[in-house]
Design a protein. Structure first.
Length: 281
């Protein structure tokens, strides 16, 4: 009888195990790629609304420099493009998304700063951007000081426009819109005279087919913005793997190709690839 009881218990345990596997098997394919690579899926955070960097296309596909970088990195971690689950990570939620484990890493115009470095770890940097101005192709605005008595647009909550007003053009008329798309539309219609944010973001918008030839970058370097790939705080192993992948992307020419593909139509004068692993804030 004792042997029969043990056998029954073991059988019950086996049934429970099979049941759990049947119910939860799909969940294992949707993890955040926290293993060493080669799993069913890896979740990667990007922006959905930044042309040239991170954009969700009407057909549901994704494009942009950050998307290309993240795809390359994911492959080096053991994941093919169809194994990537793209997760929208807005600026205000990036640190929380990593802390919660919603994503394995984030490539989303994520400038490395002291404040952010206290909350997450960074790989990279993989792009050095600068605050700049986007103006109409025939505009006579060539310097930030030319913005006195001009209408300058940036998004609500951004410090970019205020920095220009404080440091260069105290008489600039600041216009805050909800999105950069609205700012670009305002520039196109003449409602504003210039748009300011990172030059990479501006170049991405200017490179869109519907805006070809209409805008130009002023080519100013009003700040240094080192874009890093955000990783959960303390995950040094993943940081090291991503840095290795980024070094490979630069050395084999894929980085240059991604820059040209995503920013080329805007005549973006990008900086050379930064030194990977040399975190500059």
């Amino acid at each position: 009888m004792k042997l029969r009881k043990v056998t029954a218990a073991a059988a019950a345990a086996l049934v429970l195990s099979l049941t759990a596997t049947a119910c939860g098997g799909d969940d294992g394919g949707d993890d955040n790629g926290s293993g060493s690579g080669g799993g069913d899926k890896i979740k990667v955070g990007i922006k959905y609304d930044q042309p040239g960097l991170g954009l969700k296309e009407p057909d549901g596909s994704f494009s942009g420099f950050d998307v290309d970088v993240a795809t390359y990195v994911a492959k080096e971690l053991g994941y093919e493009a169809d194994q990537i689950e793209w997760v929208e990570t807005k600026s205000a939620d990036r640190e929380n998304a990593l802390a919660r484990g919603d994503v394995k890493f984030i490539a989303a115009t994520y400038s490395i700063t002291d404040e952010r470095d206290q909350k997450v770890d960074f790989a990279g940097p993989y792009l050095l951007a600068h605050q700049d101005l986007l103006v109409k192709a025939d505009s006579d605005i060539t310097e930030a000081t030319d913005l006195n008595d001009k209408k300058l647009c940036s998004v609500t909550g951004s410090t970019s426009a205020q920095n220009v007003k404080n440091d260069f053009a105290p008489k600039a008329q600041l216009k805050e819109y909800g999105t950069y798309s609205e700012c670009i539309a305002g520039l196109q219609s003449g409602a504003v005279d210039a748009v300011t944010t990172d030059d990479s973001i501006l170049a991405g918008f200017a490179a869109q087919d519907q805006y070809e030839g209409q805008f130009k970058l002023a080519g100013l370097k009003l700040s240094n913005e080192n874009y890093g790939i955000g990783v959960k705080d303390g995950d040094k192993a993943t940081v090291d793997k991503i840095n290795t992948a980024l070094e490979q992307m630069v050395s084999d020419g894929s980085w240059d190709t991604a820059v040209k593909d995503n920013f080329g139509p805007a005549d973006y004068k990008n900086e050379p690839a930064p030194e990977i692993g040399n975190i500059v804030k």
